[in-house]
Design a protein. Structure first.
Lengths: 210, 210
DNA sequence: AATTTGTCGAGACTTGATGTCTCGATAAAT
DNA sequence: ATTTATCGAGACATCAAGTCTCGACAAATT
């Protein structure tokens, strides 16, 4: 009863060029057209591959998109660690906001929309967003370990506030996603962590910035 | 060239029982099953009507759901006005959170998901959420007019923080929507408003601010 | 009462996307 | 040289959306 790890992979190996072409075609089409007009057939045609080559590796067209977005997301994975919560939080929020623009924002909307339709895509989406959540959580918990307070809700609430505002603006388009909007959010959340439980006659001065 | 208003409706009239049965069946199915498993055929079967009866009155199954939710949404929540931002904000957030539970939460997820796919549904969704935004904005601006500060981001950011956290948790299910979670969020946002803005000299003061 | 008009439930039908299966060709490990 | 798994390609079944038609039925009109 040989386990799969007992022998090497034999036979023809996976074509990396085809994989890249499929990912690129999916990103291109989901960014340009309404999601309803993107089909496995159109992606296969643009990538110059057979449909079966797609079905062999991805269960749905949205799984292709999620894999592509995961690769694109590796660029912003850097964890800020300057020793100060103020600087780290602003760096994280600014970097995250600046990464969310066309064409990425269209892709995010498509995937989040589909996640509400398909439980499997929803699970993939929880995992996808969880990676960014983990980065922010690390920043917050490191600050807490240093002795910096996180305010009434702790790290859990702060994480949901950052990504809540971000996703809310992505999905409904009601508010800005500019760098200044990012700074504004970071500043507001920092104020939240620093505020005293009652109107303060004295406040702690902000470290390192004015 | 007779206008439509020139004569009365002749012929058999629309069956109100069928309309109600269709709306109820749509709500029931969208609340119970994944949206992908809900079809016009299943709604028609549960309602005991022909498919053509549905297509005659609604363009898509989501139009049925939107009409049903519009009827459900007629319960207008009163605008809290106690004279204190702390009490009003907690009342609003608690009431809003407590209204978002099964089966409503499933319907909200379905409609928000479809809004990312259909621009027309998206517009309706912006309008739908805008009504609740307006209530919170009124609470915040009244507090500001009283002289209570709203913190670095002002009313715009606070509104997005409340509904951002709410929708983020609805869509991804990562955090709680309990009454205690609502109180926690309200408390955190209040802490944020109590922080003093330090570069106050560079800022144009808002009217009514201390 | 008879006629006209529009809705009713039901089913046949077209269209298009999904997903499976098979085929011969090809490339890598044995 | 053989084995094994991928490749592009196409046939095929399945399913939901949407259109069209049918006889039955109900309300307004004549």
């Amino acid at each position: 009863m040989p386990r799969t790890a007992d022998r090497q992979h034999t036979g023809r190996q996976r074509n990396e060029e085809a994989r890249r072409a499929i990912l690129d075609a999916a990103v291109h089409q989901f960014a340009e057209r309404p999601a309803a007009e993107v089909t496995v057939a159109t992606i296969a045609a643009e990538a110059g591959v057979g449909r079966q080559t797609i079905y062999r590796w991805w269960p749905t067209k949205f799984a292709i998109l999620l894999e592509a977005m995961t690769e694109l997301g590796r660029a912003v994975v850097a964890v800020p660690d300057s020793g100060s919560l103020a600087a780290d939080l602003e760096a994280f929020v600014t970097a995250t906001f600046s990464a969310v623009k066309e064409p990425t924002i269209s892709l995010l909307r498509v995937v989040m929309g589909e996640a509400q339709r398909d439980p499997q895509v929803h699970r993939l989406m929880v995992e996808f967003t969880g990676r960014r959540r983990a980065v922010l959580r690390e920043v917050l918990e490191r600050a807490e370990a240093r002795g910096e307070p996180l305010g009434p809700g702790g790290a859990d609430l702060l994480v949901d506030q950052v990504f809540g505002v971000l996703w809310y603006r992505i999905l409904l388009g009601n508010g800005p996603l500019t760098p200044s909007a990012a700074r504004e959010l970071a500043e507001a959340l920092l104020a939240q962590t620093r505020a005293l439980p009652w109107p303060a006659s004295e406040r702690t001065p902000r470290p390192g910035k004015c």
